[in-house]
Design a protein around this ligand. Structure first.
Ligand code: VGL
Ligand code: ZN
Length: 204
């Protein structure tokens, strides 16, 4: 059985959002077209408390992009984003939400960030995604969404490590490139962990 994972297609990662990913909105129509090709459609949703430790605003004198240590782990600081219950945390209205079977929220623990849709960065807690995929006997996971060099990358690495045949839909992803080269490095890692394709290989 094959499943699709839509990573963080939320307003704060779209142009105009708090942590805007260039052209982030360009992948939404593609997500809608891909949904019909899969037995199971899942999505992740970055879902932070207002005082999340990854927010630069919580650290006096720090600014977005700075790197600190948060509860023992290296942490890049971000603008406040995807705060639970806010418009910025909502999935894009143009998404065919009714076609998404399950949504997995992440990043609720203020002391640890969660880039992967499977686990927090400290691997203390599972979101339940891996268990749900196993339960549905998914063996192949297709991944697309935002951002290439953070949540897509770490979700793909975890999916591969969990034993799923992992396929990344390249034209369904957009990246941040906080440090120039980050996006290219992410693609290199994902090509090693899984398979990278273009959507036309699925849509014809
Ligand atoms: C993300 C940074 C912080 C992402 C989430 O979805 O890639 N990046 N939180
Ligand atoms: Zn976040």
């Amino acid at each position: 059985m094959r499943a699709l994972l839509l990573v963080d297609l939320q307003y704060d990662f779209m142009p105009g959002g708090a942590l805007a990913v260039p052209e982030g909105d360009a992948v939404v129509p593609l997500a809608n077209r891909l949904m019909d090709k899969f037995d199971l459609v899942t999505a992740s949703q970055d879902w932070h408390p207002a005082d999340h430790g990854s927010f630069a605003s919580r650290h006096p004198g720090a600014k977005p992009g700075d790197r600190i240590e948060l509860d023992g782990l290296p942490q890049t600081l971000w603008p406040d984003h995807c705060v639970q219950g806010t418009r910025g945390a909502e999935l894009h209205d143009d998404l065919r939400i009714g076609e998404i079977d399950r949504i997995f929220r992440k990043g609720q623990d203020r002391l640890v960030d969660s880039y992967s849709a499977f686990y927090d960065n400290a691997r203390r807690r599972s979101t339940g995604l891996g268990e749900a995929l196993r339960e549905q006997e998914v063996d192949e996971l297709y991944v697309m969404g935002l951002a290439t060099d953070y949540c897509v990358l770490y979700s793909v690495l975890d999916a591969a490590e969990l034993g799923f045949k992992t396929v990344v839909v390249a034209d369904g992803c957009r990246g941040i490139d906080l440090t120039p080269g980050d996006v290219e490095a992410a693609w290199e890692k994902m090509r090693i962990a899984g398979r990278v394709i273009r959507s036309k290989e699925i849509l014809g």
